[in-house]
Ligand binder design. Structure first.
Ligand code: NAI
Length: 251
């Protein structure tokens, strides 16, 4: 299989896009560490993805805590494993008007969506260097390059993820570490449930997507598989939209 003998870490793996990516990596032969905050939810997901439990391991992690991220990498190291593939999929998207956004809320979004990506990429580098290379896939958003009312902190964080991915791609190319970002459009997950439940907004969003449907987590996962595999060996610093054509179209 494409990812036989590869070791992967997926953050935000308990549900949504992270879960779909963890599943596809596992189905293609990788051993996958599943990280998110809730141990119980992660265990349920792990059972679903790999009932035998031989291809997954759950490591409850709060990615906003340096201590927790440190423990995550210590646990992986203690198992004498180092990562070939890292997928940063955890994220939050609270909607608050910029003028009402508290500094604490701003920091919380930036810490979760951007600062954690930096610290996880940096923590993974040592092992990838020792292995002679690796693949890092950061889940950004089309809202990293387009503004959206009420999502100032989110859009800013995702814009940062896009530039961070390009920057690391340039700096780490000589280690054979490929760093790419995926920019999903509107994907049907818990994060976007309230948008789908609002009929007017839902119709508006569908009208904006040339492919005229919500994306599925699996749509994103298939692109992540490409970026995790040897098929993308000459791809680095790229930002791949998975948005049904939304970012290509003004109306
Ligand atoms: P989701 O809300 O369904 O899942 C988010 C995951 O992140 C959960 O597993 C949650 O436990 C984890 N997480 C959140 N904060 C965490 C923390 N502090 N520590 C550890 N884990 C934490 O969201 P969804 O839709 O699956 O999104 C995944 C990624 O894709 C996010 O980065 C999101 O910004 C991005 N994205 C999603 C889009 C969508 O339409 N659903 C569109 C564009 C980007």
């Amino acid at each position: 299989m494409k990812l036989d003998n590869k070791i992967a870490l997926v953050t935000g793996a308990s549900r949504g896009i992270g879960k779909a990516i963890a599943k596809i990596l596992c189905e293609n032969g990788a051993f996958v560490y599943l990280a998110a905050r809730d141990a119980e939810k992660l265990s349920v997901t792990a059972k679903e993805i790999n009932p035998s439990g031989t291809k997954t391991k759950v490591i409850p992690t709060n990615i906003t805590s340096n201590t927790s991220v440190g423990e995550l990498f210590s646990k992986i190291k203690a198992e004498e494993k180092s990562l070939d593939i890292v997928v940063n999929a955890a994220g939050i998207a609270p909607a608050v008007a910029a003028e009402d956004l508290t500094y604490q809320d701003w920091k919380n979004v930036l810490n979760t969506n951007l600062n954690s990506v930096f610290s996880i990429c940096q923590s993974a580098l040592e092992g990838m260097k020792a292995k002679g290379g690796g693949k890092i896939i950061n889940i950004a958003s089309i809202l990293g390059s387009m503004a959206s009312p009420g999502l100032t902190a989110y859009c800013t964080s995702k814009s940062g993820v896009i530039m961070l991915s390009k920057q690391l791609a340039v700096e780490w190319a000589h280690y054979n570490v490929n760093v790419n970002a995926i920019a999903p459009g509107y994907i049907s997950t818990d994060m976007t449930k309230s948008l789908r439940n609002d009929n007017t907004l839902n119709q508006k969003l569908l009208a904006r997507a040339p492919l005229c449907r919500w994306g599925k987590p699996e749509d994103v996962a298939k692109v992540a598989l490409f970026l995790a595999s040897d098929d993308s060996d000459y791809v680095t610093g790229a930002v791949i939209p998975v948005d049904g054509g939304m970012s290509a179209s003004l109306m």
